[in-house]
Design a protein. Structure first.
Length: 126
């Protein structure tokens, strides 16, 4: 049991490491493109959403979503690349389950509260 948890933690950590590097490299590659709009972040968020959707579909079809390999790819790689992909998958899961109120609440709270708390943290730390 403990051995499985450690294996999963290491799988997620390795995936996060690679995903974070990927995000950084894309931001470097698109540095000259930004010019006032966060194109690199948008590119990472949208490509991460496509990536987690493809992986989620593939892994769920093959019953391997909760395995170390599945955790490496989804929680680790996609999560390290962009947590927006995980947010999108969770919101879609709620919508598919018929939890319309939860879906709308989750999106609204995540976006509005996220921006408000980032502003609060900025002003507190400033």
């Amino acid at each position: 049991m403990l051995q499985d948890i450690i294996k999963n933690i290491l799988s997620v950590g390795a995936g996060s490491f690679i995903g974070g590097i990927g995000r950084y490299l894309i931001s470097l590659a698109m540095k000259g493109v930004s010019k006032g709009f966060p194109w690199a972040t948008l590119a990472v968020n949208l490509s991460g959403c496509l990536m987690i959707g493809l992986l989620w579909g593939f892994l769920s079809r093959n019953a391997s979503e909760g395995t170390s390999w599945g955790l490496f790819l989804t929680v680790g790689l996609c999560g390290g690349f962009t947590t927006f992909s995980t947010f999108s998958k969770e919101a879609l899961t709620m919508l598919q389950a018929g939890q319309t109120w939860g879906f709308v609440s989750y999106i609204t709270m995540s976006v509005l509260a996220g921006i408000a708390l980032a502003a609060l943290g900025y002003y507190i730390a400033r």
